[in-house]
Ligand binder design. Structure first.
Ligand code: SF4
Length: 390
């Protein structure tokens, strides 16, 4: 089982909070597609032994591509990879692009899951985020998408300036009333070098309040659970049978190849696990699409241990301690300390243990990454273990 990710690095304009890689020069799309084809030809062999079960077009704004352009990429994928019959094929789309004929064409070329960047159902909030669409377009796009797709996901953002808990509850009510199969809800984060971070530095915007965002996150978990959505990962909620299989593969450490500028990959080669990423530069990508690497890293046992802890704790299924013991012999010396950390988090209501599997509570999910980091083993600790054992 494996996945493919295609980064479509074009947007019409920049949203203030965004730190994804994109350019606003849509005239380069055709040249980009040619470069993408070259990269696929050069790297497809990495998956000669894998069957691809999920494909994801992310961005950027993949809905700036026509169905014909997508069809070309899909034909190439069919030639170069072995595809599962039960393929999940997701496309991220912006609400303002989703006119009826485009939706129809996307469904005809094989897209079977649509992830719509609604973000909000309030015009004021959309303006603050510098989104191009209106609240009315958010609503209409979801209604329209359901005429062509059985699997529709919404992206929502909470914690923008001036937003209250009851504003957010109203947005959740509106989102649920549109009956999406899946919702991704993210707290607004201020990433360095974004227009939002500069506006905050100049005093023109206020930094989101951590405590209010925590309350909003707790409300999201309660509300969506009460409305039939399973909370299966920190920011993701699905009706039964509609989890994102592609994104789940990231958290389950299933291999995937990423194509396009800034795209990341995770794959196994010669007994090693490798993570790599392409550079965040379209120009560089257009010049040398087969050599656009930013980094390529072979994971150590320590990396694999820490990744497993972090990614497992982010999921509803939690972290199976037995699996950790079985797969990471080198960490045996740490299991005593680990049990003590678990006991402390249980006492604080952040974690529960069921059948040797530790899981975060709702309160725990609001601190997921911080909690996971308490379980990490550092290189320094590992060196100390080696010295003590010798
Ligand atoms: S549309 Fe998406 S990728 Fe493009 S700038 Fe806005 S948030 Fe970023």
């Amino acid at each position: 089982m494996a996945g493919l990710y295609f980064h479509i690095p074009f947007c019409r304009r920049r949203c203030t909070y965004c730190d994804f890689y994109f350019v606003t020069n849509g005239a380069l799309i055709e040249r980009f597609l040619n470069a993408l084809e070259t990269e696929v030809h050069a790297r497809a062999d990495l998956f000669s032994d894998e069957a691809v079960s999920t494909i994801y077009f992310g961005g950027g704004t993949p809905s700036m591509l026509s169905a014909k352009q997508l069809d070309c990429i899909l034909s190439l994928i069919q030639k170069k990879f072995r595809l599962d019959s039960d393929l999940e094929l997701t496309l991220e789309a912006n609400p303002e692009d989703l006119i009826e004929s485009l939706l129809q064409d996307y469904s005809h070329v094989g897209i079977n899951r649509l992830s719509i960047g609604t973000q909000a159902f309030s015009d004021d909030k959309l303006k603050l985020l510098s989104r191009e669409h209106t609240a009315a377009e958010s609503i209409v796009s979801v209604e329209r998408a359901h005429r062509w797709f059985k699997n529709v996901s919404l992206d929502l953002i909470f914690g923008t300036e001036g937003e209250t808990l009851s504003d957010w509850q109203r947005e959740l009510e509106l989102a649920a009333s549109l009956s999406p199969e899946h919702i991704s809800a993210y707290s607004l984060t201020v990433e360095p070098f974004t227009p939002l971070s500069k506006l905050i530095a100049r005093g023109k915007r206020t930094r989101p309040s951590d405590s209010l965002q925590t309350e909003m996150f707790l409300l999201t978990m309660e509300f969506l659970d009460a409305h039939g959505f399973e909370h299966y990962e920190v920011s993701n909620y699905a009706r039964s049978g509609f989890r994102s299989r592609h994104n789940s593969s990231y958290w389950q450490r299933i291999p995937y190849l990423g194509f396009g500028p800034s795209a990341h990959s995770f794959f196994r080669q010669g007994g090693n696990e490798i993570r790599s990423a392409n550079q965040r530069s379209l120009n560089r990508y257009l010049e040398t699409p087969t050599d656009a690497h930013d980094f390529r890293e072979v994971l150590s046992d320590l990396d694999r241990f820490n990744e497993t802890v972090l990614l497992s704790l982010r999921q509803r299924e939690g972290l199976a301690l037995e699996l950790l013991r079985k797969n990471f012999n080198f960490a045996a010396l740490h299991f005593g300390a680990l049990s003590q950390i678990v006991a402390d988090f249980e006492r604080d209501g952040l974690m529960t243990t069921e059948h040797e599997t530790i899981k975060l509570t709702r309160k725990g999910f609001t601190l997921a990454d911080t909690i996971a980091s308490e379980f990490f083993i550092t290189q320094h600790q590992q060196l100390n273990d080696a010295t003590c054992a010798s």
